[in-house]
Design a protein around this ligand. Sequence first.
Ligand code: RIB
Ligand code: CA
Length: 326
Amino acid sequence: MSLRPLIIDTDPGGDDAQAIMLLAASGMFNIRAICAVHGNVGLEYTRRNALYLKETAGLTCPVCQGASEALIARQPRAAYAHGNNGLSGLEFEVNEDKISRKHPWDVIYDEALHWGGELEIFAIGPLTNIAITLLRHPDLPNYIKQFTIMGGAATKGNSGAYGEFNIAQDPHALKICLSAGFKKFVMVDLDSCRTAFLTDEEAEYLDNLPMSNPWKPLYDKFAMAQRERRLLMTEEQRQKMGFPKGRGGCDAASAFVLAHPESAVLEDYFCLCETRSTLNFGQTIFDWRGRFREKPNVTLARSIDRDAYAAWYLEMLHSYDGGIES
Ligand code: RIB
Ligand code: CA
Protein backbone atom coordinates (compact mmCIF):
# COMPACT_ATOMS: atom_id res chain seq x y z
CA MET A 1 0.00 0.00 0.00
CA SER A 2 1.47 3.41 -0.95
CA LEU A 3 2.42 5.79 1.83
CA ARG A 4 -0.03 8.61 2.56
CA PRO A 5 1.60 12.03 1.91
CA LEU A 6 1.12 14.08 5.08
CA ILE A 7 1.88 17.53 6.49
CA ILE A 8 1.94 17.81 10.31
CA ASP A 9 1.11 21.25 11.76
CA THR A 10 1.97 21.29 15.44
CA ASP A 11 2.65 23.26 18.65
CA PRO A 12 4.90 20.79 20.53
CA GLY A 13 3.79 20.09 23.31
CA GLY A 14 4.21 16.76 24.98
CA ASP A 15 1.27 15.09 23.29
CA ASP A 16 2.37 16.53 19.93
CA ALA A 17 5.69 14.77 20.52
CA GLN A 18 3.87 11.49 21.05
CA ALA A 19 1.83 11.98 17.87
CA ILE A 20 5.01 12.56 15.82
CA MET A 21 6.65 9.51 17.44
CA LEU A 22 3.63 7.37 16.55
CA LEU A 23 3.12 8.52 12.95
CA ALA A 24 6.83 8.32 12.12
CA ALA A 25 6.94 4.72 13.39
CA SER A 26 3.67 3.64 11.75
CA GLY A 27 5.21 3.15 8.30
CA MET A 28 1.94 4.45 6.81
CA PHE A 29 2.88 8.06 6.02
CA ASN A 30 5.24 9.99 3.77
CA ILE A 31 5.69 12.94 6.16
CA ARG A 32 6.44 15.86 3.85
CA ALA A 33 6.91 18.64 6.42
CA ILE A 34 6.50 19.49 10.08
CA CYS A 35 5.14 23.03 10.49
CA ALA A 36 5.53 24.75 13.86
CA VAL A 37 2.84 27.11 15.13
CA HIS A 38 2.28 29.12 18.35
CA GLY A 39 0.20 27.31 20.96
CA ASN A 40 1.17 25.39 24.08
CA VAL A 41 4.17 27.69 24.26
CA GLY A 42 5.50 30.46 22.03
CA LEU A 43 6.77 29.83 18.49
CA GLU A 44 10.36 30.42 19.69
CA TYR A 45 9.99 27.12 21.57
CA THR A 46 7.64 25.14 19.29
CA ARG A 47 9.95 25.56 16.26
CA ARG A 48 12.99 24.16 18.09
CA ASN A 49 10.87 21.43 19.71
CA ALA A 50 9.66 20.44 16.22
CA LEU A 51 13.28 20.19 15.04
CA TYR A 52 14.22 18.03 18.04
CA LEU A 53 11.24 15.73 17.52
CA LYS A 54 11.90 15.34 13.81
CA GLU A 55 15.50 14.29 14.52
CA THR A 56 14.50 11.99 17.40
CA ALA A 57 11.97 10.25 15.14
CA GLY A 58 14.59 9.82 12.43
CA LEU A 59 12.58 11.86 9.91
CA THR A 60 14.23 13.68 7.00
CA CYS A 61 11.43 16.14 6.10
CA PRO A 62 11.84 19.92 6.43
CA VAL A 63 10.74 21.76 9.59
CA CYS A 64 9.25 25.19 8.98
CA GLN A 65 7.90 27.88 11.26
CA GLY A 66 4.61 29.70 10.86
CA ALA A 67 2.46 32.04 12.91
CA SER A 68 3.60 33.31 16.29
CA GLU A 69 0.18 34.71 17.19
CA ALA A 70 -3.51 34.08 16.53
CA LEU A 71 -5.23 35.86 13.66
CA ILE A 72 -7.29 38.10 15.95
CA ALA A 73 -7.54 36.89 19.58
CA ARG A 74 -6.61 33.96 21.79
CA GLN A 75 -6.81 32.54 25.31
CA PRO A 76 -3.73 32.20 27.61
CA ARG A 77 -1.10 29.58 26.67
CA ALA A 78 -0.53 26.18 28.38
CA ALA A 79 2.94 26.21 29.92
CA TYR A 80 1.25 24.86 33.07
CA ALA A 81 0.56 21.64 31.21
CA HIS A 82 3.69 21.27 29.08
CA GLY A 83 6.40 23.10 31.03
CA ASN A 84 7.87 26.48 30.11
CA ASN A 85 9.69 25.12 27.05
CA GLY A 86 6.80 22.91 25.94
CA LEU A 87 8.62 19.59 26.49
CA SER A 88 8.50 19.29 30.31
CA GLY A 89 11.79 21.15 30.68
CA LEU A 90 13.83 18.67 28.57
CA GLU A 91 17.17 20.26 27.65
CA PHE A 92 18.48 19.53 24.16
CA GLU A 93 20.65 21.06 21.44
CA VAL A 94 19.33 21.76 17.93
CA ASN A 95 20.72 23.88 15.12
CA GLU A 96 17.94 26.36 14.37
CA ASP A 97 19.67 27.23 11.10
CA LYS A 98 18.18 23.94 9.88
CA ILE A 99 14.68 25.43 10.12
CA SER A 100 13.42 25.98 6.57
CA ARG A 101 13.17 29.54 5.32
CA LYS A 102 9.88 28.62 3.60
CA HIS A 103 6.66 29.33 5.53
CA PRO A 104 3.92 26.71 6.08
CA TRP A 105 1.47 28.61 3.87
CA ASP A 106 3.84 28.15 0.94
CA VAL A 107 5.02 24.62 1.79
CA ILE A 108 1.46 23.31 2.27
CA TYR A 109 0.20 24.76 -1.01
CA ASP A 110 3.26 23.66 -3.02
CA GLU A 111 2.94 20.12 -1.64
CA ALA A 112 -0.83 20.14 -2.29
CA LEU A 113 -0.28 20.99 -5.97
CA HIS A 114 2.54 18.44 -6.23
CA TRP A 115 0.43 15.55 -4.88
CA GLY A 116 -2.56 16.42 -7.07
CA GLY A 117 -5.28 15.77 -4.47
CA GLU A 118 -3.60 13.00 -2.41
CA LEU A 119 -2.03 15.22 0.31
CA GLU A 120 -3.42 15.10 3.87
CA ILE A 121 -2.99 17.69 6.62
CA PHE A 122 -2.84 16.70 10.32
CA ALA A 123 -3.16 19.78 12.55
CA ILE A 124 -2.63 19.31 16.29
CA GLY A 125 -2.18 22.91 17.43
CA PRO A 126 -4.03 26.18 16.83
CA LEU A 127 -5.16 26.38 13.19
CA THR A 128 -3.52 29.73 12.40
CA ASN A 129 -1.08 28.35 9.79
CA ILE A 130 -3.87 26.48 8.00
CA ALA A 131 -6.14 29.54 8.01
CA ILE A 132 -3.39 31.73 6.56
CA THR A 133 -2.82 29.12 3.83
CA LEU A 134 -6.55 29.16 3.02
CA LEU A 135 -6.65 32.98 2.93
CA ARG A 136 -3.72 33.04 0.49
CA HIS A 137 -4.87 30.00 -1.52
CA PRO A 138 -8.67 29.60 -1.29
CA ASP A 139 -8.51 26.64 -3.71
CA LEU A 140 -6.38 24.59 -1.27
CA PRO A 141 -9.28 22.24 -0.29
CA ASN A 142 -9.49 21.07 -3.93
CA TYR A 143 -6.09 19.43 -3.44
CA ILE A 144 -6.49 18.03 0.12
CA LYS A 145 -7.70 14.45 0.45
CA GLN A 146 -8.34 14.72 4.21
CA PHE A 147 -7.88 17.41 6.85
CA THR A 148 -7.66 15.92 10.35
CA ILE A 149 -7.38 18.00 13.52
CA MET A 150 -7.14 17.51 17.23
CA GLY A 151 -9.58 20.21 18.31
CA GLY A 152 -12.98 21.12 19.62
CA ALA A 153 -15.10 19.74 22.44
CA ALA A 154 -18.56 18.21 22.17
CA THR A 155 -19.20 18.90 25.86
CA LYS A 156 -16.59 19.89 28.46
CA GLY A 157 -13.74 22.16 27.43
CA ASN A 158 -10.21 22.57 28.81
CA SER A 159 -9.86 26.26 28.02
CA GLY A 160 -12.75 27.97 29.80
CA ALA A 161 -15.91 25.96 30.34
CA TYR A 162 -16.49 25.00 26.71
CA GLY A 163 -13.40 25.92 24.68
CA GLU A 164 -10.83 23.32 23.71
CA PHE A 165 -7.28 24.70 23.86
CA ASN A 166 -6.27 24.50 20.17
CA ILE A 167 -9.48 26.17 19.04
CA ALA A 168 -9.57 28.72 21.87
CA GLN A 169 -6.06 29.79 20.82
CA ASP A 170 -7.48 30.89 17.47
CA PRO A 171 -11.24 30.37 16.98
CA HIS A 172 -11.26 32.64 13.93
CA ALA A 173 -8.87 30.20 12.27
CA LEU A 174 -11.28 27.31 12.84
CA LYS A 175 -14.13 29.43 11.48
CA ILE A 176 -12.14 29.88 8.24
CA CYS A 177 -11.41 26.13 8.07
CA LEU A 178 -15.05 25.17 8.68
CA SER A 179 -16.26 27.19 5.68
CA ALA A 180 -13.34 26.36 3.37
CA GLY A 181 -14.97 23.31 1.76
CA PHE A 182 -12.59 20.48 2.68
CA LYS A 183 -13.76 17.20 1.13
CA LYS A 184 -13.11 15.35 4.40
CA PHE A 185 -12.61 17.31 7.67
CA VAL A 186 -12.07 14.94 10.60
CA MET A 187 -12.29 16.50 14.06
CA VAL A 188 -10.93 14.47 16.98
CA ASP A 189 -12.31 16.42 19.93
CA LEU A 190 -11.58 16.41 23.65
CA ASP A 191 -14.48 14.10 24.50
CA SER A 192 -13.30 11.38 22.12
CA CYS A 193 -9.66 11.86 23.18
CA ARG A 194 -10.69 11.15 26.76
CA THR A 195 -11.65 7.59 25.70
CA ALA A 196 -8.10 6.78 24.57
CA PHE A 197 -5.50 6.31 27.29
CA LEU A 198 -2.92 3.89 28.66
CA THR A 199 -3.53 2.25 32.01
CA ASP A 200 -0.91 2.75 34.72
CA GLU A 201 0.28 -0.81 34.13
CA GLU A 202 0.71 -0.18 30.39
CA ALA A 203 2.46 3.12 31.19
CA GLU A 204 5.07 1.27 33.30
CA TYR A 205 7.00 0.64 30.05
CA LEU A 206 6.86 4.34 29.11
CA ASP A 207 8.48 5.23 32.44
CA ASN A 208 11.24 2.65 31.95
CA LEU A 209 12.34 2.84 28.32
CA PRO A 210 15.65 1.14 27.47
CA MET A 211 18.67 3.45 27.10
CA SER A 212 18.76 2.58 23.37
CA ASN A 213 15.32 4.11 22.81
CA PRO A 214 15.87 7.71 21.55
CA TRP A 215 12.62 8.81 23.24
CA LYS A 216 13.90 7.89 26.74
CA PRO A 217 15.12 11.39 27.71
CA LEU A 218 11.74 12.93 26.87
CA TYR A 219 9.67 10.11 28.38
CA ASP A 220 11.69 10.29 31.59
CA LYS A 221 10.72 13.98 31.78
CA PHE A 222 7.07 13.02 31.12
CA ALA A 223 7.26 10.50 33.99
CA MET A 224 8.67 13.12 36.34
CA ALA A 225 5.97 15.64 35.37
CA GLN A 226 3.33 12.93 35.83
CA ARG A 227 4.59 12.16 39.34
CA GLU A 228 4.55 15.86 40.24
CA ARG A 229 0.98 16.24 38.87
CA ARG A 230 -0.17 13.22 40.87
CA LEU A 231 1.22 14.87 44.03
CA LEU A 232 -0.76 18.05 43.35
CA MET A 233 -4.04 16.52 42.20
CA THR A 234 -5.99 13.42 43.22
CA GLU A 235 -7.32 11.08 40.52
CA GLU A 236 -10.84 12.27 41.42
CA GLN A 237 -9.80 15.94 40.89
CA ARG A 238 -8.15 14.99 37.58
CA GLN A 239 -11.38 13.33 36.40
CA LYS A 240 -13.40 16.37 37.52
CA MET A 241 -11.07 18.58 35.45
CA GLY A 242 -11.73 16.42 32.44
CA PHE A 243 -8.36 14.64 32.30
CA PRO A 244 -8.58 11.10 30.89
CA LYS A 245 -8.13 8.16 33.22
CA GLY A 246 -4.56 6.82 33.08
CA ARG A 247 -2.04 8.33 30.64
CA GLY A 248 -3.88 10.28 27.97
CA GLY A 249 -2.55 12.43 25.18
CA CYS A 250 -5.00 14.21 22.87
CA ASP A 251 -2.64 14.50 19.91
CA ALA A 252 -1.52 10.89 20.30
CA ALA A 253 -5.16 9.75 20.30
CA SER A 254 -5.78 11.89 17.21
CA ALA A 255 -2.78 10.30 15.45
CA PHE A 256 -4.37 6.90 16.12
CA VAL A 257 -7.66 8.03 14.54
CA LEU A 258 -5.71 9.37 11.54
CA ALA A 259 -3.90 6.05 11.10
CA HIS A 260 -6.75 3.72 12.10
CA PRO A 261 -10.18 5.39 11.61
CA GLU A 262 -11.73 1.92 11.76
CA SER A 263 -10.99 1.96 15.51
CA ALA A 264 -13.08 5.08 16.15
CA VAL A 265 -16.78 5.93 16.04
CA LEU A 266 -17.09 8.79 13.54
CA GLU A 267 -20.27 10.80 12.83
CA ASP A 268 -20.94 13.71 10.42
CA TYR A 269 -22.27 17.00 11.80
CA PHE A 270 -22.56 20.66 10.91
CA CYS A 271 -20.19 22.56 13.21
CA LEU A 272 -19.92 26.25 14.12
CA CYS A 273 -17.36 28.08 16.26
CA GLU A 274 -18.07 30.85 18.78
CA THR A 275 -15.70 33.79 18.20
CA ARG A 276 -17.40 36.69 20.00
CA SER A 277 -18.78 35.63 23.37
CA THR A 278 -16.47 36.09 26.36
CA LEU A 279 -18.42 33.34 28.12
CA ASN A 280 -17.80 30.50 25.63
CA PHE A 281 -15.06 31.91 23.41
CA GLY A 282 -13.83 29.16 21.07
CA GLN A 283 -16.67 26.74 21.79
CA THR A 284 -17.41 24.29 18.97
CA ILE A 285 -21.16 24.02 18.49
CA PHE A 286 -22.49 20.89 16.77
CA ASP A 287 -25.90 20.80 15.12
CA TRP A 288 -26.86 17.52 16.80
CA ARG A 289 -30.46 17.52 15.52
CA GLY A 290 -29.99 19.06 12.06
CA ARG A 291 -31.83 22.23 13.05
CA PHE A 292 -29.53 24.54 11.06
CA ARG A 293 -30.51 22.75 7.82
CA GLU A 294 -26.89 22.85 6.69
CA LYS A 295 -24.82 20.05 5.13
CA PRO A 296 -22.40 18.49 7.66
CA ASN A 297 -18.93 20.09 7.43
CA VAL A 298 -17.03 17.85 9.87
CA THR A 299 -16.66 14.15 10.66
CA LEU A 300 -16.54 14.13 14.46
CA ALA A 301 -14.87 11.34 16.43
CA ARG A 302 -17.24 10.23 19.21
CA SER A 303 -15.15 7.47 20.81
CA ILE A 304 -11.91 5.53 20.29
CA ASP A 305 -11.23 1.82 20.90
CA ARG A 306 -9.00 2.08 23.99
CA ASP A 307 -7.50 -1.39 23.80
CA ALA A 308 -6.59 -0.98 20.13
CA TYR A 309 -5.10 2.45 20.88
CA ALA A 310 -2.97 1.16 23.75
CA ALA A 311 -1.70 -1.83 21.75
CA TRP A 312 -0.75 0.39 18.79
CA TYR A 313 0.90 3.01 21.02
CA LEU A 314 3.07 0.43 22.79
CA GLU A 315 3.98 -1.31 19.52
CA MET A 316 5.05 1.97 17.92
CA LEU A 317 7.13 3.08 20.90
CA HIS A 318 8.71 -0.40 21.24
CA SER A 319 9.83 -0.12 17.58
CA TYR A 320 12.37 2.52 18.67
CA ASP A 321 13.92 0.27 21.35
CA GLY A 322 16.78 -0.67 19.04
CA GLY A 323 17.49 2.98 18.21
CA ILE A 324 17.07 4.67 14.79
CA GLU A 325 19.26 4.35 11.71
CA SER A 326 21.17 7.63 11.48
O1 RIB B 1 -6.58 20.49 24.04
C1 RIB B 1 -5.47 19.67 23.75
C2 RIB B 1 -4.65 20.26 22.66
O2 RIB B 1 -4.10 21.51 23.08
C3 RIB B 1 -3.43 19.39 22.30
O3 RIB B 1 -3.11 19.57 20.94
C4 RIB B 1 -2.34 19.95 23.16
O4 RIB B 1 -1.03 19.74 22.60
C5 RIB B 1 -2.67 21.42 23.12
O5 RIB B 1 -2.12 21.96 21.92
CA1 CA C 1 -0.86 20.18 20.29
